[in-house]
Design a protein around this ligand. Sequence first.
Ligand SMILES: [Zn+2]
Length: 216
Amino acid sequence: MTETGDRVGLACPSCSPGEETVHEVLRPGGQATVRCTDCDHTYKTEIPEEETVGLTVIVSQDGESFSTEMDVPADTYVSTGEEFVVDSPDALMQVRVTGIEVGPEQRVEEADIEDVETLWTRAVDNVTVPVTLHPKDGNADQTRSLRVNVPGDYEFTVGETVEFGDEEFVVEGVQIREDAPEYRHEKLDHDGDFAYAKDCKRVYARDESLTAWSAW
Ligand SMILES: [Zn+2]
């Protein structure tokens, strides 16, 4: 349903009968009151409702996943790697499309939304990134792992020192996820290379935490 203040594209009988202009909805309803923003002509008309389809979306986050239903415009085209906002009673979050199922066992890279049976996604507004830490004295036996929770657009930069609570480490390499678009390499290891947390499969780092390695 359109609401007061919505903007819709309509042909304006006064200034543009052939092409749509932007109209502001002053009063919604079967016969809505609208105002053309080009010529200010105000009149009553029927606003055609946008056609929507129900979509099943699987969202995974931190190794867990849930299914939700949402309505999307019927003329949507979707492809893997794209991001959109899941807005349903169960969730409101930014996700990235990781799989498009159009039939049993049938996955494609892109599709019209009406052909999609299930859309597989993962949350990218907040992500957990595994970090492998090796001690600065080089003893490989003492490698340890931790997981950091950060906003999806947090940047890990090779060569930079980062701190999370008591943890402090220098980023030495980043392994990029398969679903991340537009990185030149699967692994970044040159000073200054950076990746967004949502694109990181794993971060490799040199441990600088004093508490962990103060053996002497
Ligand atoms: Zn007009």
